[in-house]
Each structure stands twice: as structure tokens, then as C-alpha cells.
Ligand binder design. Structure first.
Ligand code: DGL
Length: 295
């Protein structure tokens, strides 16, 4: 289930402005597009600004401070662009930095976390697999979540090394990717799992490849719809919902810290969204040196 708690210093909007202000969605890369898809379905009147930090993806191989710096810098950038709420559509960034970012940003936040709770509720064999990044799996936040639900359900936690990189290349079905997935999923099947938590927002784009391997032996848990509903609740709580049929029903605005080519390609092929991607430079303390060299 997505995480939520109100920000202590919520920015105020003049009447009508909140309704027109965009929602910011951010991920280390393209994975958050699976959340964006659900948000658009649930909240079609909301304008969206999407930032992919593709220059620095994958976060799952980065250290903790780096991830916190990037999450905060991108959140602040989105606030500067007028975002009225932020979805941290990245399990890794949420696990690592949501508490701090929530303290620092003046807008409400919605984070994401692996669907351990729905898996525990739905697994019949009481064995469930969790596929997530190494950083997410080792985080205190995830370990606490697991402890809460692991009493009567066994969770097999598998780092998905290489999977984020594949999606970032727009590879959602190559032979190499399938071999990688097979290596992660077969041991879960062998151990009697009937449920698989997709604990990274990149992984829903691999659902067809996963299905080809596991058939209907694993129920896939993707929390993107729950995240979109949580965002709806948060916007309502803060009086920030867009008016129905407002002029906001426009395509999302896409930004990337990388060149954006794959973002455009993935959005077009998997989301049927034809939109240009604007390259942006968002400096954070740990990237300042390399960014100024590149400038
Ligand atoms: N989509 C991010 C997540 O949900 C991927 C993290 C990464 O870049 O490794 O964790």
C-alpha cells in the first residue's frame, strides 16, 4: 500500500489555482510511468509533470545519501514548477528518503512501497515472492513492513538486478531479459509461491514476460492503482482536486535528466502517449561537481 501522512507546512493556493496546478510524479527513470498510467485512469482531469532521473538511474545500485539528495532536489524542482502534490513513484526513493523529503517539501506527498500487505492477505499457499531493488529490500522501512506481515506468510525476497536497466533500454521481452527473470522466478515457483509482489515501479512493464514464464501460477501484485487512489484521497483531503472537465485534460509534460529518447519510446508504445520529453538539469549536492563539468 502507498504511504501517506500530511506534510506539516502545506503550501496554500489562491482559489481556483489549486485546481489548475499540476501533480508532480517522479521516478529514478521510466518505472513511474506505470504509476502515471494508473493516475491518468483514476484522475483524468489532473495535469501531470513527470520527471525521470534517467541520467542517474538505477537508484537501486546507489548509496543512501545519493538517493535522498536526488529525491529532495527533484521534489524541490517540481515545487518550483508549481506542483501541488508529489508522487514519489519509486519504491527505492520512498524506502530511502520519504520521511526526510516529507519534512522538507511544502506540498503533500504520496510514496510507494512493495505490496507485502495485499500479498499476505491474498496468498493461499502462504508463500510469496518479492522482487525489488537491493536498496528497497535492505531498507529499514521494508524490513519493518516484512516483519508486520511475515508471521504467517513466508516472503522470498529477490533483488531484481538488471531489470531496471532493461526497462530503461525499453527492453521488456528480449531473450536475455527472459533468462534473467527465469532465474529469479523459478526458485519462487519451486518453493511453492503463488503470489509475486512487483516491488519496483519498473516491473509492471515486464508483466507479459513474467506471465510467459509463470503462466497463472503466480498472482502479480502491482500497487499502481492503489497509489492513484491514495493520491485521490490526498488531493481531496487538501482541497486540491482539479475541477471536472477543466482545461487540465492535456497530455502530461515529460521531463528527463537524460536524453529522453527511451522515455518517449516507452510512453508511446506502452502508454500510447505521444509527447515530447524535455531535458532538464536538476543539480543536487552529490551531482553538482559532475553537472558543472558537463555544462
Ligand atoms: N522504479 C524504481 C523503484 O520503484 C527503480 C529504482 C532504481 O532505479 O533502481 O524502485
Amino acid at each position: 500500500m502507498p504511504a501517506l501522512s500530511p506534510s506539516p507546512t502545506v503550501r496554500t493556493f489562491t482559489p481556483g489555482a489549486a485546481s489548475r496546478a499540476p501533480v508532480g510524479i517522479f521516478d529514478s527513470g521510466l518505472g513511474g510511468l506505470s504509476v502515471l498510467r494508473a493516475v491518468r485512469a483514476q484522475l483524468p482531469d489532473e495535469a501531470i509533470l513527470y520527471v525521470a532521473d534517467s541520467l542517474y538511474a538505477p537508484y537501486g545500485e546507489r548509496d543512501d545519501d545519493f538517493i535522498t539528495d536526488r529525491t529532495l532536489a527533484i521534489g524541490q524542482w517540481l515545487v518550483e514548477q508549481g506542483a501541488k502534490a508529489l508522487v514519489v513513484a519509486c519504491n527505492t526513493a520512498t524506502a530511502q528518503s520519504i520521511a526526510l523529503v516529507r519534512e522538507k517539501l511544502p506540498i503533500p506527498l504520496v510514496g510507494v512501497e512493495p505490496g507485502v500487505k495485499p500479498a499476505a492477505l491474498q496468498s493461499k499457499t502462504r508463500v510469496a515472492g518479492v522482487l525489488a531493488t537491493q536498496v528497497t529490500l535492505r531498507s529499514a522501512r521494508f524490513q519493518a513492513l516484512l516483519e508486520r506481515y511475515a508471521a504467517d506468510c513466508r516472503f522470498l525476497c529477490q533483488p531484481g538486478h538488471g531489470l531496471v536497466q532493461a526497462v530503461e533500454r525499453c527492453d521488456v521481452g528480449s531473450a536475455e531479459l527472459r533468462a534473467l527473470l527465469h532465474g529469479y522466478l523459478q526458485p519462487m515457483l519451486d518453493a511453492g509461491a503463488d503470489t509475486l509482489v512487483l516491488g519496483c515501479t519498473h516491473y509492471p512493464f515486464l508483466d507479459a514476460a513474467i506471465r510467459d514464464i509463470v503462466g497463472d501460477r503466480l498472482m502479480l501484485i502491482d500497487t499502481s492503482v492503489a497509489i492513484a487512489r491514495q493520491l485521490e484521497r490526498v488531493l481531496d483531503q487538501h482541497g486540491l482536486r482539479a475541477a471536472r472537465d477543466s482545461a487540465n485534460t492535456v497530455a502530461p509534460r515529460f521531463y528527463s535528466t537524460g536524453d529522453g529518447t527511451h522515455q518517449q519510446q516507452l510512453a508511446a508504445t506502452l502508454l500510447h502517449l505521444e509527447a515530447a520529453v524535455e531535458r532538464v538539469r536538476i543539480v543536487s549536492p552529490r551531482t553538482a561537481a559532475s553537472d558543472s563539468q558537463a555544462a
